[in-house]
Unconditional design. Structure first.
Length: 408
């Protein structure tokens, strides 16, 4: 069963909570919404709690999920009144992440988010236990409280250290790809369900898990691609979501932080949704990018799913939402390939420090293969045992190759 409490004038997000619950494998028996200020005891009003208890019994619900973040005492009071497990959206998202985490990095990120959540809760739960409110929940007084609290903090420190090592290793890989191999890095981002993984497949030819549910991609997927002959690296990152708890954003920085390393960020949104929904999701996505420190100049908006847009007027409205935010969106259908040629042209036009250089290299050298792997070789001409090549690519990398040739 789903529950949402919102203030007057706020848009209901029960539909998104339903998608999350279904992504976690639950069948939604009922949904309840209340418009009011938060109640310190239950989050919702006491009268609504009684109504909810009756509804839980009548539909046979075994779990209640709140959209709103619950304090420990609120969750406990609700479980006492309702007689079933009560969680909030934070717990639900973590449950989805736990189910889908495949890599070591993703598993550590899930654990870190859980531990930080637990750290904020543990003193309150144990205070209630000391008062006798939670019988059997870790008795032992202040010593037990401090021991458990320190245990959680030590584990958080170990997980953070390992994630920092993974982050440093990943940053070094990207440095080698750009500095040593000349490759540009393009990151696909956007609200969950916008079609990032479908576009990733269209650009790279590599399959990714697509099921239409939130957070289909959890661990970042990376593949080499050719954009009109120009070799690049493309990554598919975890999707954004509105009202993302700060602890989750911080815990998943190792994944989202890759966006900071990108030469170009493709911000994908679903153009087939209503204008209000597009505005909400674009706003949430841009907010996350801003919190990560991504400059708007590195962002290229991509209006996906145009095959599902009814009329030209509706498409124009979907594009105008992005334009009002200073973005120039490219309309595409990643599923059917519509607009991909234009998107590729826009990508190439926005690659930073893109330059053309003419080089003369030995004909029997492996340098030509290296150039073709890291840049676009536009022309090749043999001249007396040497090759004259015209190459397009990352300026600093091409100049480094040229300097090495001059010093040889």
């Amino acid at each position: 069963m789903l529950v949402e409490r919102r203030l007057h004038g706020e848009r209901s997000l029960l539909h998104e909570l339903r998608e999350l619950a279904e992504a976690a494998g639950y069948t939604v028996a009922a949904a309840v919404s209340q418009v009011r200020e938060p109640d310190p005891r239950y989050n919702i009003g006491a009268g609504k709690v009684k109504e909810l208890a009756q509804l839980v019994k009548s539909v046979g619900a075994t779990k209640v999920v709140f959209f709103n973040e619950l304090k420990p005492v609120q969750a406990y009071n609700l479980m006492k009144e309702l007689g079933v497990e009560v969680v909030d959206r934070f717990d639900l998202i973590l449950e989805i992440f736990s189910q889908r985490a495949g890599s070591r990095e993703a598993k550590l990120q899930v654990e870190l988010a859980r531990l930080r959540r637990e750290l904020s809760f543990v003193r309150e739960w144990l205070r209630l236990a000391k008062m006798g409110e939670l019988h059997g929940f870790m008795g032992g007084g202040e010593y037990a409280i401090d021991t458990y609290y320190k245990h959680v903090r030590r584990r958080i420190a170990r997980v953070e250290a390992e994630l920092a090592r993974l982050r440093a290793r990943k940053a070094e890989r990207w440095r080698r790809r750009s500095v040593e191999n000349g490759l540009y890095y393009i990151a696909l981002t956007g609200y969950t369900g916008a079609g990032k993984t479908t576009l990733f497949k269209a650009l790279t030819g590599q399959d990714g898990h697509v099921d239409g549910r939130p957070f289909a991609t959890l661990s970042t997927k990376v593949a080499r691609a050719s954009i009109d002959g120009r070799p690049v690296i493309v990554s598919d990152t975890v999707g954004f979501i509105d009202c993302l708890p700060p602890q989750l954003l911080d815990a998943f920085y190792t994944t989202l932080g890759e966006v900071l390393l990108a030469d170009l960020v493709l911000l994908i949104y679903d153009a087939s949704e209503g204008v209000a929904e597009i505005e909400r999701k674009l706003s949430a996505s841009l907010s996350v990018l801003a919190s990560l420190g991504v400059n708007r100049s590195r962002v290229l908006a991509v209006a996906n799913k145009v095959d599902l847009v009814g009329t030209a007027e509706e498409l124009e409205g979907a594009l105008e939402v992005a334009r009002r935010r200073g973005l120039d969106p490219v309309p595409i259908s990643a599923r059917y390939g519509t607009g991909l040629d234009r998107l590729k042209r826009e990508i190439l036009a926005r690659l930073p420090n893109y330059s053309t250089l003419e080089l003369t290299i030995p004909a029997d050298d492996g340098l030509l293969r290296k150039l073709m792997a890291g840049a676009y070789v536009r022309e090749i001409e043999e001249r007396g045992g040497l090759l004259r090549v015209v190459v397009e690519g990352r300026e600093e990398w091409l100049k480094a190759v040229q300097a090495k040739l001059s010093g040889a």
